[in-house]
Ligand binder design. Structure first.
Ligand code: GUN
Ligand code: FE
Length: 508
């Protein structure tokens, strides 16, 4: 069985698919939608495959294949802090809990140990691609990239840029030093050898990403240098935080008063009337958070903006015009009392959205938790709305299951500009996938183990035999159970670029 997203509101559920992965490239070669066991040889022959040359992985009833999860926002060095300091808001939490832990990553041995455990965890929870923040340390973040590379996870890795408003024990000495270290990290990551086990000159799995921590921790000089670095390479991703917390926004506006910012790069023609007009007319008003990043050329199609809880109208227009993406981190936004992002509204405005765990603002390294809290967040937004606009598709409504599934996979891929390679199961894409099980042997007590056709049918007619659901509906039911009650026990195998990289059955 195979389930893969096709749009924000739809997915395909195929009870008897046959999917072929190239041993050489790790890409998906072809998918046959419906193949009975007795037709297997015929189906292979149609594609010129000989069964002697094929390694078969057969799934049982209650098991299914989905694309790997994309965690668009996670701080690797904060994993040791999961579940610590749960009573703070953002700025206190950074000062009291987070910066002290991150500072420990100056120690290479500590970094090695911690990062190995982090990467194993995120893989086992089913995140085949992650956008990682390291610390401000060059050496420690090189270690992070090396560990990810050795585990075979797909990832973007950035070194935090922070040259002000940070404690004296955890701050970079100057903008120049921060930029030099950033260049050195990029060079290190780009020099990593090709992933092992893939026959062709495969694309790299680990890539660099510019990581100005947030506007507060960066001088204008540093943001300017990063914008220039970005301009040298249009493919270089950028990640940062935006409009997460009320006090953070106030401070940001104080740091970058009107008139302090350079003019943003010109907008593409089509976008000018939509956003440019508003932006241009906004001169006399206070700056916006998004406007700060935009002024330095840091908002573009491959920028990942985490949180976006309190965006102003003008910022939504800028982000849309620049085609930047949003990393929705609901677990963190509840946990640090930041607020509920209006994701449905942002989707209706055409913004790209993916999910992020934001470890350890969020207390779980699992995208499943982010899915659950994204659902809750949309329900809170809906509850607090006096009247939902009647013609809205998503605005102020609870997010459908198909949308949650999309955000966790293809939406995340779009946000990190990898939608051509990952996010869904389709010929030509990388085989980044999970074998999920909702069978009782997984030992997850929250899921009523579904091992037989009768149990899977759940609703039987009065005669006790006739099934009331189609197989597709049963699969949909399994997906929903997994998304809401699943955990790492239900993630049996995790494949990245065709290689088994994690999951409960990866080490037996
Ligand atoms: N803003 C700046 N740094 C951080 C961080 O580490 N976590 C979160 N959630 N927000 C931030
Ligand atoms: Fe964060």
């Amino acid at each position: 069985a195979l389930i893969t997203p096709t749009s924000l509101t739809e997915y395909r559920a195929l009870p008897r698919a046959l999917l072929s992965v190239s041993r050489d490239t790790g890409d998906i070669e072809w998918i046959e939608d419906d193949v009975a066991a007795s037709e297997l040889q015929d189906a292979l022959a149609r594609h010129g495959a000989v069964s002697e040359n094929v390694d078969f992985v057969e799934l049982k009833l209650g098991e299914f294949l989905i694309p790997g999860f994309v965690d668009t926002h996670i701080h690797a060095p904060q994993v040791p802090n999961l579940g610590s300091g749960q009573e703070h808001e953002l700025l206190d939490w950074l000062a009291e809990v987070t910066f002290p832990m991150e500072a420990r990553f100056a120690d290479a041995d500590f970094a090695k140990r911690a990062y190995s455990s982090v990467i194993k965890r995120t893989l086992d929870y089913g995140s085949t691609t992650c956008c990682y923040y390291g610390t401000l340390h060059l050496e420690g973040t090189k270690i992070l990239a090396d560990v990810i590379h050795s585990y075979g996870q797909r990832a973007f890795v950035g070194k935090c840029n922070m040259d002000r408003n940070s404690p004296e024990y955890y701050v970079e000495p100057s903008a120049d030093a921060s930029l030099a270290a950033t260049r050195a990290l990029i060079a290190h990551i780009q020099a990593l050898p090709p992933p092992t086990g893939s026959g062709t000159a495969a694309e790299p799995l680990v890539r660099p990403i510019l990581t100005p921590r947030f506007a507060i921790s960066c001088t204008g000089e540093l943001l300017d240098g990063l914008g220039k670095l970005a301009a040298e390479d249009a493919g270089l991703r950028i990640q940062t935080h935006i409009s997460e917390n009320a006090a953070e926004i106030v401070f940001t506006k104080q740091l970058f008063p009107p008139g302090s910012l350079p003019a943003p790069p010109p907008l593409p023609d089509a976008a000018t009337t939509k956003a440019g007009g508003k932006v241009a007319n906004g001169k006399a008003r206070e700056t916006t958070y998004a406007g700060v990043y935009d002024a330095y050329g840091l908002l573009r199609h491959n920028t990942v903006l985490a949180h976006a809880v309190h965006l102003e109208e003008e910022e939504i227009a800028i982000i849309q015009a620049r085609r930047a993406g949003i990393s929705h981190c609901p677990t963190s936004n509840f946990n640090l009392r930041s607020g509920c992002a209006r994701i449905g509204m942002l989707l209706d405005r055409g913004l790209k959205v993916g999910l992020g765990t934001d470890v350890s603002g969020g207390f779980s390294p699992s995208i499943l938790t982010a899915v659950q809290h994204a659902s809750m967040c949309s329900k809170v937004v809906a509850l607090h709305t006096e009247s939902t606009p009647p013609d809205s598709r998503f605005t102020d409504r609870q997010l459908p299951i198909a949308t949650l599934f999309y955000l966790a996979t293809l939406g995340g891929a779009e946000v990190c500009d990898l939608q051509a390679r990952i996010g869904s199961l389709a010929p030509g894409k990388a085989f980044d996938a999970l074998v999920v099980s909702v069978r009782s042997e997984t030992g997850n007590p929250a899921i009523w183990g579904m091992d037989t056709a009768e149990e899977l049918g759940m609703g039987l007619r009065d005669d006790g035999r006739t099934r009331t659901k189609t197989e597709e509906e049963e699969l949909a039911g399994m997906l929903e159970k997994f998304l809401f009650c699943g955990d790492d026990r239900n993630v049996r195998r995790v494949y990245v670029q065709g290689r088994l990289a994690g999951g409960k059955e990866s080490r037996v």
